[in-house]
Write a protein that binds this ligand. Structure first.
Ligand SMILES: [Ca+2]
Ligand SMILES: [Ca+2]
Length: 334
């Protein structure tokens, strides 16, 4: 009886979870992941950015705003791309790139394993067929040296240049970051890369590289099939190139111990004064705030952690043992 009751509760919780996820799904029928989706278990804690030129075909071209003149994109800071997606961005410029790192490695679990958040814009805004997009390639690494690129495919023609503010049918681009609007991430599944030079269960670095929308072969970016990628270009502004908002972790930790991870429970959640963590005896516990800063850490004692001194908000509890690590989301209330 007891076991049946527990199963029923699990099923009910699953239904509620699915309802929440679907309620946030947008645009309908896409694989976009909302920033508040329950599948997200963490966010990039550290991001480095190398900026590119505002126009790679004329590197002397500058843009001036607010007393700053530069031939490279300069909008936003790398910190804008850490923590939960919030619409604050960092701009790459042509061929600029970012490398994101995490509290715990990303692993190849069921389905999508991480998501990249940017700021495509539907146009007209009440319709979803066409959008203004700036695209990026995505690569992963388990040592920060060897990277493997997701096989991006562009089905857009490349005989006529898409101009700076021209919209496109965004669904012509596959495995590129940047096709969804702000607060909606593009999911990536580690099953889609070969894993010859990286360990898919220990992804420590995710590299996001601005694709250049130019169709001139001297400056063009090419997709995984050798075709030129054509989209809005040039973008000779401080905000030019890909704009990164955030990188979300979906699957992390050791998938071999998925069963152990699934048994770990955190409750109550939301919590006010304390949380109980079950099935994680002798684990190292670290609590990170939404910006990726560690706010609490230590050994788990009597399964209980006092959190009354933490400000209200969303936290990520990292639970690590010698055999596994996992991250649980916690909502702290006043
Ligand atoms: Ca996967
Ligand atoms: Ca952001």
């Amino acid at each position: 009886m007891r076991k049946t009751g527990k199963s029923l509760i699990s099923i009910l919780l699953l239904i509620i979870s699915c309802t929440l996820i679907y309620a946030q799904e947008f645009p309908a029928g896409t694989n976009a992941i909302h920033k508040d989706s329950l599948v997200i278990s963490g966010w990039a804690t550290h991001v480095d950015v190398v900026r590119g030129y505002i126009n790679i075909s004329d590197t002397t071209k500058t843009y001036t705003e607010g007393g700053i003149t530069s031939n490279k994109a300069w909008f936003g800071t790398p910190e804008n791309a850490t923590g939960q997606a919030n619409g604050q961005l960092v701009s790459f410029g042509d061929a600029g790139y970012a490398i994101a790192r995490f509290a715990y490695p990303v692993s190849n679990g069921p389905g999508a394993d991480f998501a990249v958040f940017s700021n495509a814009m539907f146009s007209p805004s009440n319709q979803t067929a066409k959008a203004f997009v700036e695209l990026a390639f995505v690569e992963v690494s388990s040592d920060g040296i060897n990277y493997e690129r997701f096989p991006a495919i562009s089905n857009m023609q490349y005989h006529t240049q898409i101009s700076s503010f021209q919209t496109v049918e965004w669904n012509l681009y596959e495995n590129f970051a940047g096709i969804y609007p702000v607060f909606y991430g593009v999911p990536f599944d580690l099953d889609d890369i070969p894993g010859e030079t990286v360990d898919k269960n220990n992804i420590t670095h995710i590299k996001i590289i601005d694709a250049i929308g130019c169709i001139n072969p001297d400056y063009a970016s090419y997709d995984s099939q050798g075709n030129i990628v054509n989209f809005a270009w040039p973008t000779p502004f401080h905000t030019g190139g890909f704009d990164l908002d955030a990188v979300a972790v979906i699957n992390s930790g050791n998938t071999i111990n998925q069963n152990i991870r699934d048994e770990i429970s955190v409750y109550p959640n939301p919590a006010k004064d304390f949380v109980i963590i079950n099935n994680a005896e002798n684990s190292e516990i670290s609590i990170y705030n939404i910006n990726g800063s560690k706010v609490l850490s230590g050994k788990l004692n009597n399964n209980r952690i006092d959190i009354e001194n933490l400000p209200a908000g969303v936290y990520f509890i990292s639970i690590a043992d010698k055999d596994y690590n996992t991250t649980k989301k916690l909502l702290k209330i006043e």
